[in-house]
Write a protein that binds this ligand. Structure first.
Ligand SMILES: Nc1ncnc2c1ncn2[C@@H]1O[C@H](COP(=O)(O)OP(=O)(O)OP(=O)(O)O)[C@@H](O)[C@H]1O
Ligand SMILES: [Mg+2]
Length: 455
């Protein structure tokens, strides 16, 4: 950080600063106003811009705004004469790094520059570190550092190249599709098509022709020959998402395609050879579906050769903070925002919540919080009520579906007593006061509910 641009309309100040800074080893250029400063910013490329706030025509504030609009990253330090301190504060709010009062002692200027330099070094180191951590915990676009996910990354690497069918299982939103895409991207088929079909989203009568294609005239609306998704995916990968939703009639046909590696278009009399790697996914317990008679056993064994089970997010809490930071950075860039921090309380809530909708729910929650947030720091108020409610035992009790007044009041009474004891650090007299019951009644209830510790 050696290049400093001094901007001031007073020639005397420019001269003094130029001499001073040169003596301290800086490369210095000077400008007599905002206009000439902007011209120099491009040609000189200063690391620091030291500018007066109050100048005719373009003020220091205008200069700052223009630099920001041009996404210039130079550190700006403003100088303000006695009486224009509020301008300096405004400049700091607009993104200036520091300000120096006029008249200044030479040391003050040099010190401000040193501080800016230190901050810049830290910022750069921080950025490098962040990128490094990101890289270490990133597999394609899947972010995770938990042991269970690291194991999955290793499995993906190991099996990517084989044509063997993979079954990806996991709750909704855990990243099944990401894993399927990573398998394709790491395979020798990566330059061929990756075709996905959601077996649950297409009506049964359309799904067959969607998958296998049809000949002209195969059915009323078949005005021309049509290629199916198996053919589209030839030499590439076909991702059969939500395979658990596949109707039994089509399960047979998929099984045949897998076994024979051929398909037959609707209304056609001959088979077509296909070379497709099949990846399937489901949020259902397919073994249980087999038991219930909703999924063919033979197809289950055919697709379940290499199972990958992605654990729910609540079973790999180490990944939560990583994902939160990732979504913050990504949305800041995507939505043009500057939400850079989260209060410790909000982080705690994000960490403790059970995330039934897994990473997708987390992703949506962060985006919503960033939009609602009115400062640069996300707090508990910006998070949806359901997060707080889910962690409140009284709410959980009420949400449990229990209808008995007796059982419900007893459960809530116990929660309140425990709460009062924690709050008073075990002082039963004060706890009884908070609960508005007699000391004797409290002792009786403590015994009744077998409360022994303070948690
Ligand atoms: N480990 C992860 N790192 C980054 N993003 C993730 C991760 N896991 C999931 N996501 C994101 O969460 C969302 C849901 O992921 P994906 O669609 O792969 O889940 P899924 O298991 O297929 O869900 P569903 O069962 O609802 O189809 C996507 O936006 C995805 O980018
Ligand atoms: Mg999916």
């Amino acid at each position: 950080m050696r290049r400093v641009l001094v901007v001031d309309d007073e020639e005397n100040i420019r001269l003094v600063l130029k001499t001073l800074l040169k003596r301290h080893g800086y490369e210095v250029e000077t400008a007599d106003g905002g206009e000439s400063a902007l011209a120099l910013v491009d040609s000189f490329g200063p690391d620091v811009i030291l500018t007066d706030v109050r100048m005719p025509k373009i003020s220091g504030l205008d200069l700052l705004a223009t630099l920001k609009a041009k996404q210039n990253t130079a550190t700006v330090i403003v100088m303000s004469a006695y009486g224009s301190i509020d301008l300096a504060i405004e400049a700091m709010k607009a993104g200036a790094y520091d300000y120096v009062g006029k008249p200044f002692k030479p040391d003050e200027i040099v010190l401000a520059l040193r501080k800016a330099e230190e901050r810049e070094t830290l910022r750069r180191e921080n950025k490098v570190l962040k990128e490094q951590i990101q890289k270490e915990n990133q597999f394609e676009s899947i972010l995770a550092k938990s042991a269970s996910m690291t194991l999955i990354f290793r499995t993906i690497t190991k099996i990517a190249d084989y044509k063997t069918t993979v079954l990806v299982q996991g709750e909704s939103g855990v990243g099944k599709e990401l894993v399927a895409r990573a398998l394709h991207a790491r395979s020798t088929r990566k330059d061929q098509a990756f075709v996905t079909v959601n077996c649950g989203a297409i009506p049964e009568n359309l799904l067959e022709s969607e998958l296998f294609g049809h000949k002209k005239g195969a059915f009323t609306d078949a005005n021309a020959d049509r290629r199916g998704l198996f053919e589209e995916a030839d030499r590439g990968t076909l991702f059969l998402d939500e395979i658990g939703e596949l109707p039994l009639s089509l399960q047979v046909k998929i099984l045949r395609a897998l076994q024979e590696e051929t398909i037959r278009k609707l209304g056609d009399s001959k088979d077509i050879k296909i070379d497709v790697r099949i990846i399937t996914a489901t949020h259902r317990d397919l073994a249980a579906e087999v038991k219930a008679g909703r999924f063919r056993e033979d197809l289950f064994y055919r697709i379940n050769v290499l199972p990958i089970v992605i654990p729910p997010l609540r079973a790999r809490k180490e990944d939560v903070n990583l994902l939160v930071d990732h979504f913050l950075v990504r949305n800041n860039a995507r939505l043009g925002m500057q939400r850079n921090a989260i209060t410790p309380e909000a982080r705690k809530l994000l960490l403790e919540y059970a995330w039934p909708g897994n990473v997708r729910e987390l992703e949506n929650t962060i985006e919503r919080a960033m939009v609602l947030c009115e400062s640069d720091t996300i707090g508990v108020v910006d998070l949806p009520d359901r997060l707080r409610e889910a962690l409140d035992p009284i709410h959980a009790q009420l949400a449990s579906g229990e209808m008995s007044i007796k059982k419900t009041s007893a459960a809530i009474e116990e929660i309140l007593i425990r709460r009062a004891l924690v709050k008073t650090r075990g002082n039963r007299t004060r706890a009884a006061e908070l609960l508005e019951i007699s000391h004797r009644a409290l002792l009786y209830k403590i015994k009744d509910y077998r409360i022994t510790s303070l948690s």
